[in-house]
Design a protein around this ligand. Structure first.
Ligand code: MSP
Length: 632
């Protein structure tokens, strides 16, 4: 994993403390099970607790003078239902076209945002944008024979287009070249300075331009370049590094080691999944050198000048991170949203978000973000995606080939945040065809076929066929449902809670896995009872036939509702076919099979929606491997 670091201008030894696992919140108890085998709930959402001390252990350096009082206020505004929430994707480097790794970051954030909408959890925003300053962009523009602003204009347009085509429901798109963002960065810089968190120092180290950071010796290797000359490269990315020595403004990051540790220990759910939380705690056990937060303007012109020192340009990462504030109106109106922010980030930029960003925020008198969701990377045929290898996968081509929903489903169903995932076309074809076209589409097709449901209505559920029992082993002689049927409906009944807990823990792939399993079980249920063989002229058989279809449609309604954050178009078609109105598609309407417990089912007897044909068409592998086609 890439660990970015700054050259050790100031460092100090730290005490080694292991996290206290007992500090975690207790698990909530599930409600009394209504179905056989009820699911277990994970712990509930918990408001961020306050850091115990803010500048403990920083005695040898001047700690920031202005202590973050908003930290205390922050906890009152987060969590609970009805609170505002800013979800964010990282802002994308505007030095090249989008690839599927970028899209993955954005889709994860989009799925969380849409899921939150289903929960009617309160006002929400989804922010994204482009990261347009820095040496990397300046050099890319020179190489392309264009100006940085023109390059950014084109790249930013492509990112916006890719996200729009992929149905990422962003509410805000920030370009760091925009005046309102630059204004926010200048103000933020002023807050750091006022708080005593900056000082000017001479600085030297190995700078990696593609990663836009200094790397310590431990993260370097030696390699021969094209001319056979020995050079230093980043161990992880293989990019060449250059020795850089200049006068810079430094940020007293080392003063924040204890505050950061306390913040994370008090809020163990801040970083998910857990291995990344542990990793950040581990980083905080090591030296935390101060951070160079400006570059000489003579080397870097493409960036925001340091206020009151026009010889320096603000470090691109400080500039970029402030997008999470500028988007919510910093420095005027951000209080309505901040710090109720959840950042989705790739593992390569975790240190920036989980160490530097919270420290910068605290130093500027603000609270750290509420949560950070971390994901791993996509490789292609086992290799890192890179321009030089020519194996970059173009999201536009993938969407054309596999449809928006097909490709969204693939990335979110196959992407596992804890580990890298490998991309190849055969995998997309196999997964999407089997789970969306065959299993889900097939189920809808079979259960709504005119041959078994000529009235095209949501049929009635019969309790005499499927009696409500406390223990299905005692159903002998009652009804027509088997033990397997009881187990199956129990697993569908528990699905919304399981999905909720997986979304909460940033394991969207697991939520999709559970849904796919239930879809398979529903197909088996349908197949097992062969409703097409039942004699509709026999009233008893008709009751059972109706019950089988009712249960199947209820299952489909649950799947359609829960799949909206991932495959919005297909879910919409599915729910429309079932006759589910738009206002009946949120989680509060998701009581599965209410008639089983003797409650009213609003859908019973209702006319189904029009048949608009196949729910999801099978997809095919492209003739050539999907490689990047869009150019800047
Ligand atoms: N500009 C910075 C982020 C600044 S946020 C304040 C940046 N940009 S990036 O374009 O390089 O990356 C954006 C996102 O794409 C990151 O979350 C990164 O992890 C993700 N990905 C880049 N390559 C990836 C893969 N191969 N696979 C999955 N995600 C990857 O970093």
């Amino acid at each position: 994993m890439r660990q970015r670091n700054m050259s050790p201008v100031a460092s100090r030894r730290t005490r080694s403390r292991r996290p206290d696992p007992t500090a975690r919140t207790a698990r909530a108890q599930p409600p009394a099970p209504h179905w056989p085998r009820a699911p277990r709930l994970r712990r509930p959402f918990r408001a961020a607790a306050l850091p115990r001390r803010l500048c403990g252990g920083a005695a040898m350096l001047r700690p920031p003078r202005r202590l973050p009082r908003p930290l205390r206020r922050a906890t009152a505004t987060v969590a609970g239902s009805g609170h505002r929430l800013l979800l964010s994707t990282p802002i994308f480097y505007a030095n090249g076209p989008p690839h599927i790794g970028h899209l993955y970051s954005a889709l994860l954030a989009d799925a969380l945002h849409r899921y939150r909408g289903l929960r009617r959890a309160g006002p929400g925003r989804l922010s994204t944008g482009t990261d347009e300053h820095g040496l990397k962009i300046q050099q890319a523009a020179t190489a392309a024979g264009t100006s940085p602003s023109e390059l950014c204009e084109r790249a930013s347009g492509l990112f916006r287009q890719a996200l729009t085509q992929a149905a990422v429901s962003f509410t805000d798109f920030t370009r760091t070249s925009e005046p309102h963002h630059q204004q926010a960065v200048r103000h933020f810089w002023g807050a750091l300075q006022d708080g005593g968190a900056l000082y000017k120092g001479s600085y030297e180290g190995w700078y990696c331009t593609p990663e836009e950071c200094f790397l310590p010796e431990s993260q370097l290797a030696e390699r021969r370049d094209a001319q056979g000359r020995l050079c230093r490269v980043s161990l992880e990315t293989g990019h060449q590094v250059h020795w850089t020595k200049e006068e810079n403004y430094m940020f007293r990051l080392s003063a924040f080691q204890d505050p950061l540790r306390n913040w994370l220990r008090d809020n163990p759910r801040t970083i998910s999944p857990d291995p990344f939380y542990q990793l950040v705690l581990h980083w905080l056990e090591e030296d935390l050198p101060d951070l160079s937060v400006s570059r000489e303007r003579s080397r870097l012109q493409w960036g925001i000048p340091v206020p009151s020192d026009s010889t320096q340009t603000i470090y691109v990462w400080v500039d970029a991170l402030v997008n999470y504030l500028s988007v919510v109106g910093y420095p005027e109106t951000h209080g309505e949203w901040w710090p109720a922010a959840h950042h989705v980030v790739g593992k390569d930029i975790l240190k920036f978000h989980a160490v530097y960003w919270p420290a910068l925020l605290i130093a500027a008198g603000l609270a750290p973000p509420e949560r950070i969701f971390v994901h791993s990377h996509w490789t292609v045929h086992g290799q890192k995606m890179s321009k030089s290898l020519g194996n970059v996968i173009d999201p536009f081509a993938c969407i054309r080939q596999y449809t928006v929903d097909g490709f969204r489903y693939f990335l979110l169903r196959q992407g596992v945040p804890e580990r890298d995932c490998d991309y190849y076309d055969e995998k997309v074809v196999k997964l999407v065809n089997s789970e969306l076209a065959d299993a889900l589409g097939g189920l809808l097709n079979r259960s709504t076929a005119l041959s078994i449901n000529p009235s095209n209505t949501y049929p009635c559920f019969s309790q005499s066929c499927f009696p409500n029992v406390l223990d299905y082993r005692e159903t002998k002689g009652m009804g027509r449902a088997s033990a397997e049927d009881y187990e199956f409906v129990a697993s569908v009944a528990s699905l919304p809670l399981q999905v909720a807990s997986y979304f909460e823990g940033f394991q969207i792939y697991k939520a999709l896995e559970c849904i796919a399993l239930c879809v398979r079980q529903t197909n088996s249920f349908f197949q097992r009872h062969r409703p097409w063989k039942l004699n509709r002229k026999d009233p008893a058989e008709q009751l059972w036939l109706d019950t089988i279809i009712h249960i199947t449609l209820e299952c489909l309604r649950v799947y359609g509702t829960l799949l909206q954050p991932v495959i919005p178009h297909t879910a919409d078609r599915l729910l429309s076919r079932l006759g589910v109105e738009p206002e009946e598609r949120d989680l509060s309407s998701l009581t599965f099979l209410p008639r089983y417990s003797g409650k009213l089912c609003p859908f019973e007897g209702r006319q189904l929606g029009p048949d608009t044909g196949i729910l999801f068409h099978r997809v095919e592998k492209p003739r050539q491997q999907q490689i990047e086609t869009k150019k800047l």
